[in-house]
Write a protein that binds this ligand. Sequence first.
Ligand code: CTP
Length: 144
Amino acid sequence: MTASQERIVLTYGTFDLFHAGHVRLLQRASELGSKVIVGLSTDDFNALKGKQAVMSYEDRKCILEACRYVDEVFPENHWEQKTFDAQRLGADVFVMGDDWTGKFDFMSGHCDVVYLSRTPDVSTTLLKKKISSWRNIAQQIPSL
Ligand code: CTP
């Protein structure tokens, strides 16, 4: 495939505790083009957003790169870089889950913007809550 035939799909996220919702988002993103590039929130950028990932940037990157639907991962350091990234990478499609609907419409000046429906009943937040409640139960069992 020549560069001109390539259809670049760009997406962003933290992808902490990589789960089925992430896989399904990336799978559908891969069906919209020939190459999926992920802007992965760095630990510093997460701190700026008031978010703390369980897994380090390096570990989250390592897992994303092992996903068959992902071709490339680069750091997302701040909110303002998306339009520059889209130009730099020659993005044809910008994809996010529909929890972000409308938030990135400004990207339509650079490429198509697609919001995909989120997979229900799974998120990093939910997983953290489950782990935390199991930990609380385990602490009440003296033999553990
Ligand atoms: N995503 C999805 N379905 C889910 C969870 C996430 O489609 N059930 C999508 C998001 O919409 C986003 C991408 O996956 O486009 C990365 O989301 P991220 O914020 O890293 O994952 P969440 O599980 O939503 O994390 P958190 O609970 O910390 O917000």
